[in-house]
Design a protein around this ligand. Structure first.
Ligand code: NAP
Length: 283
């Protein structure tokens, strides 16, 4: 089996590592615009060899793991080249623009739109981890538009990697993910900004920062090259979540200014139920 990973960074590299561990006979090829990433990926054993787009004519699997603005440009070109028997899947954090990019392609049935809900704040092939997707959810959109035999091929790989599957339409995906992923990243970036702007003497930040600050600001280490196109593609939903979030922040500020500590207490108490929600998600 020939697997081609386009964009051999955190997600593409982690899928490559799992595929090789599960199926050692498989040959994994990496395609990336960054020559250093190809060299690193080969040196780290993430891929067997580098490849070029024309080689996709020999593919069984193609994994598209590039920033989402690049994915919408590359996907139709990839479908043009692959053989009829190959399955292509993307892993992008937005789904509506990606599904729209291939909606009328003659080989639409060779494509499956996915979003594995797994990751870290690091990028590039050195960030790739074996087992990253174990026990994690993979959201699949518009599955009915993928040929049944090819769906089975992709699901077999996702199941072997230990992923749970959820089916959803692309619009619902983009709406829900704006709250639990896109807003979390903006919140972390802007918390980081607020603290950096205030604490001009960086030593103070490091002296006083505890694990609470570190875990809340962790996502602010994420790549702007990956996140700017996500916010662009999901702008409408992200703006809506920001309005709701800003309203909550303003209300909290108002309660504090008015010294309404009972209301502040009950605001926090009502959000404490997040503990049970998160525990439930882990089961
Ligand atoms: P990453 O580590 O930065 O890897 C992306 C790779 O694609 C990099 O090597 C990048 O090179 C390369 N690339 C950029 N433009 C390209 C092009 N035109 N042709 C070929 N390669 C190109 O990013 P990632 O975190 O794996 O994210 C990849 C995808 O996974 C994104 O669509 C993202 O939305 C999705 N995703 C990410 C996470 C997460 O937590 N990170 C989780 C789920 C899904 P350069 O670095 O030189 O640009």
């Amino acid at each position: 089996m020939n697997i081609y990973v386009i964009g051999i960074g955190l997600i593409g590299g982690s899928i490559a590592l799992d595929s090789k561990a599960l199926y050692p006979q498989t040959k994994i090829f990496g395609i990336d615009s960054n020559e250093d990433h190809i060299k690193q990926a080969i040196a780290l054993g993430v891929v067997d060899e580098g490849a070029v787009f024309e080689d996709l004519a020999k593919a069984d699997f193609v994994i598209v793991s590039v920033p989402v603005d690049v994915a919408i440009v590359l996907l139709p070109k990839i479908l043009d080249i692959i053989p009829d028997t190959a399955i292509v899947f993307d892993v992008g954090s937005t789904k509506t623009p990606i599904c729209e990019a291939v909606v009328n392609h003659p080989k639409r049935r060779n494509f499956i739109a996915t979003h594995p809900i797994a990751g870290t704040e690091f990028s590039g092939p050195s960030a790739a981890i074996t087992g990253l997707f174990q026990g994690k959810t993979n959201i699949i959109c518009e599955v009915e538009k993928t040929a049944f035999k090819l769906q089975e091929k992709a699901l077999w790989l996702f199941n072997a990697m230990g992923m749970r599957i959820r089916y959803m339409d692309a619009k619902s995906h983009d709406k829900h993910i704006a709250y639990v992923s896109h807003l979390s990243h903006i919140s972390s970036f802007m918390l980081g900004k607020t603290v950096i702007n205030k604490e001009k003497d960086e030593q103070d930040i490091f002296d006083m920062a505890g694990s609470g600050f570190e875990s809340t600001v962790r996502l602010a280490k994420s790549s702007p090259a990956m996140w700017t196109p996500i916010f662009k593609q999901n702008k409408k939903q992200v703006v809506k979540t920001l309005e709701e979030y800003i309203a909550n922040l303003s209300k909290f500020k108002e309660l504090l200014e008015n010294e309404d500590y009972d209301a502040i207490y009950s605001e926090m108490e009502s959000v404490n139920k997040i503990k049970e929600i998160l525990n439930g998600m882990k089961k």
